[in-house]
Design a protein around this ligand. Structure first.
Ligand code: SF4
Length: 177
């Protein structure tokens, strides 16, 4: 699983960790630059390697319920610092930069996932206007769309990759710690 991040996600994660800026996330290899999306440099969470490779923010712990123990997988970033793509799952979004529109699909995390009702995959697209959500949700979507636009312009203009990384991904976190 690849969890791609936008600049707002980077700032939130840095803030969660008490880092004054996002550079340290890269220095500590919590986040790496990936080129799998249209060969563009995009940050993503670095999962641990091995058979049980997982997100660095996933916390597994045993919880007792009525004398029985259950293994719980919890996101330490939930809810206030969670990356947008995790917030959206199991929805996924396609952004059309030329028209400025986006559309939606639904994909269960696993085939037949009991948390997804029928568990059916669908490629059916739903316009964002039909989605009911808090205002913050749409603000984060807009901000990410602006990030995609800026990245596309930079790639088209042939700007040096180091410059792209510095200007889009090396940011202050607004952390007060
Ligand atoms: S929901 Fe949380 S634990 Fe899961 S991939 Fe996203 S950040 Fe990591």
């Amino acid at each position: 699983m690849h969890v791609y991040l936008n600049p707002d996600d980077l700032k939130l994660i840095a803030k969660f960790l008490g880092y004054p800026d996002t550079r340290r996330l890269f220095e500590e290899s919590i986040i790496i630059i990936d080129y799998e999306r249209n060969a563009a440099p995009v940050p993503r969470l670095r999962f641990s390697s091995g058979a049980f490779g997982c997100c660095p923010f996933l916390e597994n712990r045993l919880e007792e319920h009525s004398g029985e123990y259950q293994l719980k997988g919890l996101c330490r970033l939930h809810p206030d610092f969670k990356p947008l793509v995790c917030w959206l799952a199991p929805l996924h979004r396609t952004v059309e930069l030329e028209t400025g529109t986006d559309s939606w699909g639904f994909k269960p995390p696993l085939p037949g996932c009991p948390g997804c009702d029928s568990g059916n995959d669908t490629e059916e697209k739903t316009p964002a206007a039909e989605i009911t959500a808090p205002e913050e949700f749409f603000a984060r979507l807009e901000s990410e769309k602006e990030f995609f636009r800026r990245l596309a312009v930079m790639l088209d203009s042939g700007i040096d990759e180091d410059q792209i990384i510095k200007s889009l991904y090396h940011l202050d976190s607004d952390c007060q710690k």
